[in-house]
Design a protein around this ligand. Structure first.
Ligand SMILES: [Mn+2]
Length: 302
């Protein structure tokens, strides 16, 4: 069975601590458990101090059969950043904000170009979603329409260079599906309403809890980010699909949660507790149970 592990973002020290705590022992350049397999939900690069070491551990474990690893939005962005367009420029434009997102990764691979290029090629091997009899996993959101669209165009759930380049087309349905799955889904606020983000920028959409039925809820309850002062605002949209309580357990990362790890629901488990912002690196020890338990969450770090 699997130990599902949240966003690492170059925090190899915490990754080693977590694997040891889960009963894994050093094996080659990675770690191995006598009877279990690790499962990483993406976002290995950017931000943290030990990005090459993180990639070495994750990739070694995947190569040795000791782990499975999904793609996160940061790996997708890195692939697009390094994919030239035939008409000039890059699929992810070389804007200052995009350089800045990858700055730590680029700096830490200084003078290690071929090793870096090899990891970028390896990102193509990371599936964007995973489903077994017992559970589902994805980096940000299990969005059924997007996943079924991707199932039709991605062999084995993996991108190819051809499919990646197709996302340059205006209104690319593949890009829309990839973004929902890797970056999460958003809900528009009613006209005239907004909230201010941490930089003071007005935002007209919220990252929402795609596992909640929005009918009858207010926008504060639906927002993944707490404290938006939107409790007075009842949901004003129409009926929409959501991840119901009867579905199999789903694991994901991405949302920069704070505080002590806990489940959203018995079948909804976010594993990202912000190790790259002074929080914890978190795992869920899964034994195939239909109802997940808070006792099975394990964290290291602050
Ligand atoms: Mn992410």
């Amino acid at each position: 069975m699997h130990d599902l592990i949240g966003d690492i973002h170059g925090h190899a020290t915490e990754l080693r601590q977590l694997l040891l705590k889960l009963g894994y022992r050093p094996h080659g350049k990675g770690y191995r458990h006598p009877s279990r397999q690790a499962f990483f939900v993406g976002d290995y690069i950017d931000r943290g101090p030990e990005i090459p070491a993180t990639l070495e551990i994750v990739r070694s474990m995947v190569d040795a059969g000791d782990a499975l690893a999904l793609m996160g939005n940061h790996e997708f962005n890195a692939l697009a950043f390094h994919t030239p367009l035939t008409g000039g420029g890059y699929l992810r434009p070389h804007l200052i904000k995009n350089f800045r997102q990858h700055a730590e990764t680029l700096l830490q691979f200084q003078n290690r170009q071929s090793e870096y290029d090899d990891y970028i090629r390896w990102f193509y091997e990371l599936p964007l979603y995973y489903e077994s009899e017992a559970f589902r996993a994805v980096h940000a959101s299990w969005h059924p329409d997007s996943i079924s669209h991707l199932r039709g165009v991605l062999p084995g759930g993996r991108l190819s260079e051809e499919v990646l380049l197709s996302t340059a087309a205006p209104d690319s349905p593949v890009l829309d599906a990839v973004e929902k799955v890797l970056k999460g889904v958003e809900l528009p606020l009613p006209t005239g309403r907004h909230f201010l983000d941490k930089d003071g920028t007005p935002r007209h959409h919220i990252r929402y809890k795609w596992w909640e039925n929005p009918i009858g809820a207010n926008y504060e309850e639906l927002s993944v980010l707490p404290g938006l002062k939107l409790a007075d605002l009842p949901y004003a949209g129409g009926g929409t699909a959501y991840y119901g309580p009867g579905e199999k357990p789903v694991f994901f990362g991405h949302y920069w949660l704070r505080g002590a790890p806990s489940l959203y629901r018995g079948n909804v488990c976010c594993l990202d507790y912000s190790v790259a912002k002074g929080g914890q690196l978190v795992a869920y020890r899964f034994a195939g149970e239909e109802v997940l338990r808070n006792d099975n969450l394990v964290g290291v770090g602050a």
